[in-house]
Design a binder for this molecule. Structure first.
Ligand code: ATP
Ligand code: MG
Length: 456
């Protein structure tokens, strides 16, 4: 196996890949998308080298169903456009070709590259970077070494159906190891988001992070704050949605990444000897994973309410929050203001933050009413509140999990169906309406109701 070059992405002198023949791996053409195969064969017939690459090969090797099938080739973007008439070029500096198929399927084809965009000198819009763009194409070895993890750098070819492994990815897949290609310090400094990719793939596959990679994360995790908010936000939600947010959070906490992403948890995760907040957080993420494991997708406001609940308990003593009168109103405003403040790094929409605050502020009220155990269920006055449905679902979700705490037991499908349907009335995604139209169902600065809620 050739050693990875020290910087992980400079051209490599004639590295010899390990070839894993068809008889030694379980990837079958049957499991490869038909259109991806068509693209591979068409490129072969046009005289080009073309491989299935990246996450698709990794997932097929592990017996999972890949999310997407990406292809890399020695054909240049202009040649690709001629070979595939129904295609278009995307990307400004690193041009990809999207090939369209009937039914809306899109296969992305890229030309082998020398470097990853984040490893380019002068990454950004500098003149140096623009000049380098002409010089960006490379050979298959370079294309493998510019990738992030060894397990993400495998190629699958359709001549002999073998796997081509330049970086030791197959050994790492067999042993369950996540390893950054090249020098992790340098690769993380170039693109801190790679640290999120390390813990994502470790969590999803229940793999161990290799030692050098792990130690470098502790040195570089603070640099995540230098990345664009939109990128961090997208990556973060990818992990919350991925059905492995609980193991992800464990790794994020242990590596130091968690409190860089969510600094408001620092005090409670680092200082709390009893680990109460950590335990509560992991339990809530377990709920998220169970629901996503059932094929449903929790809306952002519920995801965030589950994520913030342990913080609200620790920071604002939520359980003892006033439920009536001006103090209740004041508490709600305080909670809303704090949520606004702490969610800045995740760039969450105002409407979603409002619902999150609403769910958290009213939770003690639902607990209190439930403890009374009145016959006939919730009191009429509560049922009439505009926030009743959302809050009741949130409460039931937490309660349901208390009743069936086994991590693998499915959560009542009816409840899941109810909570994952778009939020009642105004969807959480919608902005509050403008003046002159019907008022928002909840508004932080209007009077009435516990949370300044308007009855409808
Ligand atoms: P998923 O199943 O989540 O899609 P993936 O590995 O396919 O996982 P993508 O974001 O689709 O992830 O990226 C495709 C490929 O591009 C990766 O497998 C990896 O080889 C490469 N890659 C992605 N991000 C980076 C990065 N920041 N630095 C280097 N290589 C990267
Ligand atoms: Mg992918």
């Amino acid at each position: 196996m050739p050693a990875a070059p020290e910087n992980g992405c400079l051209p490599v002198v004639d590295p010899v890949p390990r070839i894993i023949p068809r008889s030694e791996h379980a990837i079958s053409r049957k499991n490869i998308d038909r259109e991806a195969l068509k693209v591979l064969y068409r490129l072969r017939d046009a005289g080009h080298t073309a491989y299935l690459v990246g996450g698709g090969v990794r997932d097929l090797y592990l017996g999972k169903t890949p999310k997407d099938f990406d292809i890399s080739t020695d054909a240049r973007p202009g040649q690709l456009r001629k070979i595939f008439r129904n295609s278009r070029l995307i990307g400004r500096r690193f041009r990809l070709v999207q090939v369209f198929f009937p039914g809306g399927k899109i296969i992305e084809v890229s030309t082998f590259r020398r470097r990853n965009e984040y490893d380019e000198a002068g990454n950004g819009d500098s003149r140096e970077a623009v000049l380098a763009a002409d010089n960006t194409f490379g050979n298959p070895a370079e294309d493998a070494f510019r990738r992030d993890l060894t397990i993400n750098a495998l190629f699958y070819e359709i001549e002999n159906f073998s796997i081509i492994d330049y970086t030791g990815g197959v050994d790492d897949l067999n042993r369950g190891i996540i390893r950054m290609i090249g020098d992790p310090d340098r690769r993380f400094a170039r693109d801190p988001v790679r640290m999120l990719r390390v813990i994502r793939h470790a969590a999803r596959n229940n793999f161990m992070v290799e030692e050098k990679t792990w130690l470098a994360m502790a040195r570089h995790c603070q640099e995540l704050t230098l990345c664009p908010v939109s990128r961090i936000r997208d990556e973060f939600f990818r992990d919350l949605h991925g059905s492995a947010s609980q193991p992800w959070a464990r790794l994020a906490m242990d590596s130091g990444i968690f409190v860089v992403l969510l600094p408001f948890y620092k005090k409670y995760l680092l200082d709390d000897a009893a680990d109460t907040t950590r335990v509560r957080l992991l339990a809530n993420l377990g709920i998220i994973d169970r629901i996503h494991g059932q094929g449903a997708l929790l809306p952002d406001h519920l995801l965030l309410a589950l994520l913030l609940l342990p913080w609200a308990k620790a920071e604002l003593n939520l359980a003892a929050a006033p439920q009536k009168g001006p103090q209740a109103h004041q508490f709600s405003r305080l909670l809303r203001a704090r949520i606004d403040e702490i969610l800045v790094p995740l760039n969450i929409s105002r409407a979603v933050k409002e619902v999150v605050a609403l769910l958290l502020a009213n939770l003690p009220l639902f607990e209190q009413e439930d403890r009374k155990g009145s016959e006939g269920g919730w009191p009429k006055w509560l049922k009439k509140k505009s926030y009743f449905k959302d809050c009741e679902r949130f409460y039931r979700l937490l309660h349901e999990v208390d009743r069936s705490p086994q991590p693998l037991a499915p959560i009542d499908p009816e409840l899941v169906n109810e909570i994952t349907r778009p939020a009642s009335r105004k969807s959480a995604k919608r902005r509050p309406s403008h003046r002159g139209s019907r008022g928002p169902a909840f508004a932080s600065n209007s009077g009435g109701g516990i949370f300044g809620l308007k009855k409808r």
